[in-house]
Design a protein around this ligand. Sequence first.
Ligand code: AMP
Length: 185
Amino acid sequence: MSEKLKKDLLSAIRDVPDYPKPGILFKDITTLTNHPILFASLIDALKTRYEVFNVDFVAGIESRGFIFGAALAYALKAGFVPIRKKGKLPSERLSERYELEYGFDEIEMHTDAFRGVKGAQVILIDDLIATGGTAQAALNLIKRVGATCIEACFLLDLPQLGGAEKLRESSKVFTILNAGLENGY
Ligand code: AMP
């Protein structure tokens, strides 16, 4: 991916201070996804990166991972799998609980999400990695159904929280942009 594209992507992301709570600088990707050229260029660049692999499925983390994940799945002619917040998936599912700063959260995936494909090759995607708790839980779900995560991909990394670095202990990780000295939530 060119440095010019990275620079344009970074400047298209809107910073919203004190959202959803005081002290958090929210990285708003809607100002990138509503840009027809930049959104398409991002998906094209990811397609180039991943078309050399035999990607069976792209798994996106609710909810902003759905936006990038569904577009990438279409570009790769792969299936799309939503990893959802607790209580949203209707059929038989697996859950992973993970710790937040205050309390716990839980994400879920259908047990037949990968259509019974043995050793399915999966790209995991989300808009942002902060502490990495959500992504680690998503990786655990993928592994528990016997699939393989080729790479976990994030548009933005908040590197001072160390999430991407920690996730690299259990998966390949690709972060496109570095958000600098900001806090997750
Ligand atoms: P974490 O589990 O700490 O890595 O948090 C990652 C999830 O929280 C992702 O789904 C992000 O979309 C969201 N998130 C965390 N911090 C921010 C932020 N500063 N701006 C936008 N989204 C965030």
